[in-house]
Write a new protein. Structure first.
Length: 230
């Protein structure tokens, strides 16, 4: 998505997984109860947990990264991003399985969406919508007032996702993608800290069934005792 995606995969080996148990990426596990099936034959909605990305997730993240991007990010690049401030990096899991991830970096009060990806077996089930909603929430906590991203002009699925979050095309970057020389569409969502955008985000979030389970996020600051809602 960003120019950073042009790094090679040479550093993608040697993950320690030292922070906790390994999580897996890839095909759906066989749940004991069958999942509901939609009329189009795809599995129905399932419980998705979104949490901050940790180093222990990187093996699974890189496995997805290699499947969905022609020039995948390296492990080192993800590690560097996780070490930096002003970043929001998230994973989506179904049970223990990492099914998608997303990342954003702040520059002044602009939130730059750096990556959103979902394992091919789990696409079209609202996983990216859930990730993007939490990514935007994270950006708002870091003081974002605008959001921006680049997307391949041919990637209509991603563009449709971003439009639902209020992103609109604002220009193009010629031959932005090194693998095939494709142009990037530059999209922006403005005034995301205002009440209209807050309403849009709430509507998107409440439309998600079942609701996203959020895990491992810092608790919201306590409401001051003299606050009207306290
Ligand atoms: C783009 C990408 C992240 C979207 O992920 P996703 O999880 O499939 O996205 P969602 O399921 O939230 O939304 C995709 C579509 O499925 C639909 N959908 C979601 N849940 C659904 C459900 N339960 N029933 C029916 N349709 C559903 C959404 O409405 C959306 O439809 P639209 O394309 O007509 O707007 C994914 O295709 C991907 O990883 N692509 C490769 C990497 C990439 O291109 N990333 C973006 C770089 S800019």
């Amino acid at each position: 998505m960003t120019g950073a995606a042009t790094t090679d995969l040479s550093g993608a080996t040697g993950l320690s997984g030292a922070e906790g148990p390994e999580v897996t990426a890839g095909p759906r596990p066989s749940p004991s109860a069958p999942e509901p099936v939609r009329v189009d034959g795809r599995p129905g909605p399932c419980t998705v947990t979104v949490s901050p990305m940790r180093r222990r997730h990187l093996r699974a993240v890189l496995d997805i990264e290699r499947q969905v991007y022609p020039r995948p990010w390296s492990a080192r690049l993800f590690e560097d991003e996780l070490d930096r401030t002003g970043r929001v990096y998230l994973v989506a899991r179904v049970g223990p399985t990492v099914v998608g991830y997303a990342g954003l970096l702040m520059i002044a009060d602009d939130g730059h969406v750096a990556t959103v990806a979902v394992h091919p077996d789990w696409q079209h089930r609202g996983v990216a919508t859930r990730l993007l909603a939490e990514l935007v929430e994270g950006a708002l906590r870091l003081g974002a007032n605008q959001l921006t991203l680049e997307v391949r002009v041919s990637n209509l699925t991603a563009q449709s996702l971003y439009r639902r979050f209020g992103f609109a095309p604002a220009g193009a970057r010629k031959a932005y993608y090194a693998d095939n020389g494709e142009d990037a569409l530059v999209m922006w969502a403005h005034e995301v800290s205002g009440p209209d955008y807050r309403r849009r985000l709430s509507e998107l979030e409440t439309s998600l069934r079942p609701p996203t389970v959020r895990q491992g996020f810092p608790a919201a600051p306590p409401v001051p005792s003299n606050h009207p809602s306290a």
